[in-house]
Design a protein around this ligand. Sequence first.
Ligand code: BTN
Length: 326
Amino acid sequence: MLTPLGFRLLRRLADGEIHSGEALASAVGMSRARVSQVLKEADTAGLKLERIRGQGYRLHDPVPFLDRDAIVAALGATAKTLKIDVVDTVDSTNSELNRRAAREDVHRRLLIAEWQTAGRGRRGRGWTAVAGGSLTFSLGWRFEQGAGFLAGLSLAVGVALARALEIAGISGVELKWPNDLIHRYCKFGGILIELSGDALGPSLAVIGVGLNVRLPPAARRTIAQPVTDLATVARGRVIDRNLLLAVLMRELTAMLDRYAVEGFAPLIPEWQRRNAFRGKAAKIVLPDGSTASGDVVGVDASGALVLDHGGRRLRFVTGEVSLRRP
Ligand code: BTN
């Protein structure tokens, strides 16, 4: 498991230069043997480290690490409306914000992690991400309303993220119900919203977002569905994660302010325009394992998926959708 010390070493290696074991050891006040031992764990975080005999260490794909100052500078005025923490490692940003919510107000608190050791996806699944090649963050947001009003929130968040990616020059982003970000039917982003509070409000939403920015082949192989990353969607363009995060947060916070007043309904046309499955023959697997099929009509104001099955409208609030092959 990569430790905080490991991250201190990796930050030094982020320049892509060769660093001798001796120089690294003296920088962190440890023995060379300890440095070598700690760096053995780099691959657990998805980083490929080269050991060059007689010279030292070099990161195979050097990447700028997440940097709070860079994020705050890029956020401009929006930074003042948020409480921002950037950490090297945490089990899951959602879990950590939920824990903090038990002892403090996490409204508008943004927690960004370079690496999660136990990232969580929807429906009990895990979320794979790599240090230097992903964006994983959670935002706490308080609403006066209850869970019913927030049913469409995750779809609204999907729209905000897709808008932000477009603003950042990454086009061709589509949505898959309920809240996957996809490109050519391959997933590169997911949203996990966890709600707490009274049924009629107020509520706290912990909004977790995971994006693959540059996912190495080894990490892709651990994911049991078609995946892609933003570097591919952006046709190889180098993506500055600090700047991208700022654009995402600006759109997301503006969206959340509007959602608190208007809910999801005004976003239905935009969600539908970005819906990769619109008009397609689809199958949905329900939590009990049963399936239903139909042509995708769209979503309603509560964020439910609407299918047309031989002229009959079917409405789903949960499930896994896939394209139905003819
Ligand atoms: C999904 O598509 O299944 C949702 C994935 C959500 C992943 C993000 S990464 C940041 C936040 N912390 C977590 O543990 N999960 C969410």
